[in-house]
Design a protein around this ligand. Sequence first.
Ligand code: 5AD
Ligand code: SF4
Length: 427
Amino acid sequence: MNVSDSEIVASVLQSSGFGLTHDPLTADVVLLNTCAIRENAEQRVRRRLEFFRSRKRKHNPNLRIGVLGCMAERLRHKLLEQERLVDIVVGPDAYRDLPNLLHQVERSGQSAVNVELSREETYADIAPVRYNSNGISAFVSIMRGCDNMCAFCVVPFTRGRERSRNAGTIVRECQELFDVGYREVTLLGQNVNSYRDGPVDFATLVYRVSLLSPDLRIRYSTSHPKDCSQELLEVHQERSNVCNFIHLPVQHGNSEVLRRMRRGYSSQEYRTLIERARKVCPSVSLSTDIIAGFCGETEEEHQDTLTLLTDIEYDHAFMFIYSERPDTYAARKYNDDVPEDVKKRRLSEIITLQNSISRKKNQQEIGQVHTVLVEGPSKRSDTKFCGRTDTNKMVIFDRGTLKAGDYAQVEIKDCTSATLFGNVLID
Ligand code: 5AD
Ligand code: SF4
């Protein structure tokens, strides 16, 4: 989401005459687009801010430093006044105001702030400048904000109310991306399943985008299990270019913890949803998010998360230690009472188990042939290319005569828990 937002920021600034540099040390303005989801994300931003502040002091007194995004929203004036860390603070709905705020800082020599949240802003008319893109795979923002109010989550406070972008502008952006060579779009929102623009719900939107070309792959993130509709599963089944992969964050394996988390489903309801998804799309690849050590989590409740992971066998999971966020329901109502060492041990049990499941799932791929969308050179070797399967698994293979954007048939020969290795089949 932040990568996508930074592309919008780049577009807003470029239209007002600012230029991009890939070297932050030569920049006149450095804007950090921040995340507030966990304490350690914020700590990393503070360290980065310290670095730029010391650069400003020692080498470039005219450097302007700005904080954008969720941390700007959460800490508002604190960043400006108490800590005097930055010149500019701009929340996720105020990016159109950035050129104006930067000029204001120049004119007045004072810091500037805009953290107003909006009920309408979707940046629908702004063409993102995809300055870090591989030219093959693009993010397309379809909605902003979240109304779910999960007990642990700061997002509804930092990103504001849910609002959907006009469907016509989304379909047009995807068509334009395809026309200039992109072969994959990831439709983005905090909770894409609650997308709605008049009669167009999320399943309809995905269907419409899938009609643009069979060679344009469609992914999306993130789904909320409580709103994952049968229609959407059927779109996965019916449209071969809608990827055979769903990220369905469960957060926890115990129903009582899920109730405390205010997730809106029980462990059993979630399991039924997974059964339904696998019935409609038998080879669907699944990933999830897990939180270890939420308020009041007992050893038995933790075991239920391990059992759920064992039963469901996700292909991949993002796993986190619970981090109390100020103002959330959990921070106001519950005690963050699982000791840090217990949280860490539980997380490490979860990671060890999931890694072994991911490895096992990847081993089952050996001998299978996948259609891989070639993304470009692999990070580790110039003679290798990397790309993803329809099921969102990264594959490394010999580059041969392939180029980025091609679809290749790749037979899987080897794997780790995170990556597949294969041979390109020549037809
Ligand atoms: N502590 C730990 N993890 C969190 N997440 C959201 N809020 C918190 C928190 N306070 C995780 C959830 C969510 C993912 C994006 O981040 O698992 O799905
Ligand atoms: Fe946070 Fe829940 Fe909204 Fe996801 S659905 S952004 S976890 S409040």
